[in-house]
Write a protein that binds this ligand. Structure first.
Ligand code: DC
Length: 227
């Protein structure tokens, strides 16, 4: 940071560990760009479903990855969630549908897709710095990040959070279905060959199970001051 560039904060962790909420709050607090890499993989899954491309057709899904790299855009409004666009079309809701969520881990196993998304993430981060959240940010995308954070929470708590979120949005799912889906995603995300989810060397580990969002944000902001 001594040369005047802004900080890059890498936040990784499993599904429903609190990453998105914490990254959003931190980006707002520090006035930094927010890069939600999961939304990019979700956009690929969404387009594949819309175009009726099966996940096993790696070449076709890779091409969709190229499309998403060219068309992806995000906007952080003063309030509320990050808005995601493909070209001029807003897809914020669609990429979070149960169908897209069900396909996203399989899509993100494909190396051609990962290569495109990593390029996209790197190209979005300028010298002004950013909060970048995902699964492989500290290990692969920004191994030299100013600060690396790994968020985790007990599996039951993560399932509870996601179930609550679904209910608030009126998405129909049982608690056990939600728990099973999170478990399946974690297994695929952690065991895939290409940059699996894992704790990066030197990462600050935070267990968010019993912590409020504001506490976690505070902890990260303090750690950043000490870098
Ligand atoms: O954070 P999320 O739930 O929106 O992420 C959706 C999926 O995208 C996740 O299950 C795996 C994939 N992903 C990835 O492979 N690498 C990333 N850096 C971010 C997400």
């Amino acid at each position: 940071m001594a040369d005047g560039a802004g900080p890059v904060v890498a936040i990784d962790g499993p599904a429903a560990s609190g990453k998105s909420t914490v990254a959003l709050a931190l980006a707002r607090r520090l006035g930094l760009l927010l890069v939600d890499s999961g939304s990019m993989y979700r956009a690929v899954a969404f387009l594949a479903i819309e175009r009726k491309v099966t996940v096993s057709d790696e070449q076709a899904v890779g091409q969709i990855g190229r499309r998403v790299r060219a068309d992806y855009r995000a906007e952080l409004p003063e309030e509320g969630q990050l808005k995601v666009f493909l070209g001029s079309r807003e897809v914020t809701e669609q990429i979070r549908s149960a169908e897209a969520t069900g396909a996203v881990s399989d899509v993100s196993r494909i190396t051609a897709v990962r290569d495109e998304m990593v390029d996209l993430q790197r190209s979005m981060v300028s010298r002004s710095g950013a909060v970048v959240e995902g699964r492989d940010i500290g290990t692969t995308v920004f191994p030299d990040a100013t600060l690396k954070v790994f968020l985790d929470a007990a599996a039951e708590e993560r399932a509870r959070r996601r179930y609550r979120e679904f209910r608030e949005k009126g998405i129909d799912a049982t608690a056990s279905e939600v728990a099973r889906q999170i478990q399946r995603r974690d297994e695929i995300d952690s065991s895939r060959e290409s940059s699996p989810l894992m704790v990066s060397a030197g990462a600050l580990l935070i267990d968010t199970t019993d912590k409020a969002v504001s506490q976690v944000v505070e902890e990260i902001a303090r750690a950043l001051e000490g870098v």
